[in-house]
Design a protein around this ligand. Structure first.
Ligand code: AMP
Length: 281
C-alpha cells in the first residue's frame, strides 16, 4: 500500500500499535536494489509490520550534487516492496514534509566532521533531520540501515542515543554484485567502461584486508597500499581513503589496535561511489 500523507501514515501506525503489532522501518531513497531488499527482508522477518520510506531527501544533497538526476521509479519500487512483505511504502512530498520556515536542525557534532561529513557539508544534518522526522511519524520499534553507509550508521546511532529515541538500530551487511561492486542506486550512472573501473573500490579494500590478515598493523602502510591500488585505475579519482577507529571515526595514523573501519570514496568519472570494510584486530 502506497501512502503519501503524513496524517494517514500516523493513523495507520496508531492502529497497528493499538493492535499490539511491532513495527520495522527501512528508510530509503528508492531505486531499490538487492541491498535495500536485504534490509527489507530482515525487517519483515523481525517485525509484524514493515514500512519502507521512499524519499529522495533534498536536504541531504549539496548544491552541486545529483539531486535532480537521482534515479526515481516509484512504481517499480512499490512492486518490489509488494513481493517482500512490505505493508506500507511511505513516500511523502517534500512540500508536506518540510515547512517553508522549517527552523529545527538535528546536528550530530564530531562524528560528522570527517569522511563524507567533511566532503559533503550539511549532508548528515539533512540525513539526521529526515530520519528524525520519519522516526517521529512512524514510531518504529526497529529501524534497518546498511553497513554500506558506515558513517551514517555511526551518526544515526549517536543521534538515537543522545536524544533518547526509543528505536533499535539494526545494521545489515553490504550486499555486492558477484564481481565485488557494492550495490548502489548510483551504479546506473556508470558506463560499461566505468562499471569495470568501479571494481577498484572493492579490490583496494581486498588488498587492505589481505595485508591485515598477513599481520600488517600500521595505518599509514595500509593507507599507502590502498592508494597505490586505486591510482592504477585511470578513471578513478580519490575523494578520500582513511583508516579510522570504528566507533569514534577518528583517523588513525600509527599502530592500530582495536576495531577499525576502512572507508573509501572514489569518483569514477562523475559518479561518486563509497565502500568500506570493518576489521577487528
Ligand atoms: P539509500 O537508498 O541509498 O539511501 O539507502 C537506503 C539504505 O539501504 C541505507 O541504510 C543504505 O546503507 C542501505 N544500502 C544501500 N546499498 C546497500 C548495499 N549494497 N548493501 C546493504 N545496504 C545497502
Amino acid at each position: 500500500m502506497l501512502v503519501k500523507s503524513i496524517k494517514e501514515m500516523q493513523g495507520i501506525v496508531k492502529k497497528w500499535k493499538k493492535e499490539g503489532h511491532s513495527v520495522g522501518f527501512v528508510p530509503t531513497m528508492g531505486a531499490l536494489h538487492e541491498g535495500h531488499q536485504s534490509l527489507i527482508e530482515r525487517a519483515a522477518r523481525e517485525n509484524d509490520r514493515v514500512v519502507v520510506s521512499i524519499f529522495v531527501n533534498p536536504t541531504q544533497f549539496g548544491p552541486t550534487e545529483d539531486f535532480d538526476a537521482y534515479p526515481r521509479d516509484l512504481e517499480k519500487d512499490c512492486s518490489l516492496c509488494q513481493g517482500v512483505g512490505v505493508h506500507v511504502v511511505f513516500s511523502p512530498d517534500a512540500k508536506e514534509l518540510y515547512f517553508p520556515d522549517q527552523s529545527t536542525m538535528v546536528h550530530v557534532s564530531g562524528l560528522t566532521d570527517v569522511l563524507c561529513g567533511s566532503k559533503r557539508p550539511g549532508h548528515f544534518d539533512g540525513v539526521c533531520l529526515v530520519v528524525s522526522k520519519f522516526f517521529n511519524i512512524i514510531q518504529p520499534d526497529k529501524a534497518y540501515f546498511g553497513q554500506k553507509d558506515a558513517q551514517q550508521v555511526t551518526v544515526i546511532k549517536r543521534m538515537v542515543r543522545d536524544l533518547n529515541l526509543d528505536v533499535e538500530i539494526v545494521v545489515c551487511p553490504i550486499v555486492r554484485e558477484s564481481d565485488g561492486l557494492a550495490r548502489s542506486s548510483r551504479n546506473v550512472y556508470l558506463s560499461p567502461e566505468e562499471r569495470q573501473a568501479a571494481l577498484v573500490l572493492s579490490r583496494s579494500l581486498e588488498v587492505a584486508k589481505n595485508a591485515l590478515n598477513n599481520g600488517e598493523r600500521n595505518a599509514s602502510v595500509l593507507k599507502a597500499a590502498l592508494l597505490s591500488c586505486i591510482v592504477q585505475e585511470p578513471l578513478a579519482e580519490i575523494d578520500y581513503v582513511e583508516i579510522v577507529d570504528s566507533e569514534s571515526l577518528q583517523v588513525l595514523k600509527g599502530k592500530i589496535a582495536n576495531s577499525i573501519l576502512i572507508p573509501v570514496a572514489v569518483f569514477i568519472g562523475k559518479t561518486r561511489l563509497i565502500d568500506n570494510i570493518a576489521y577487528k584486530i
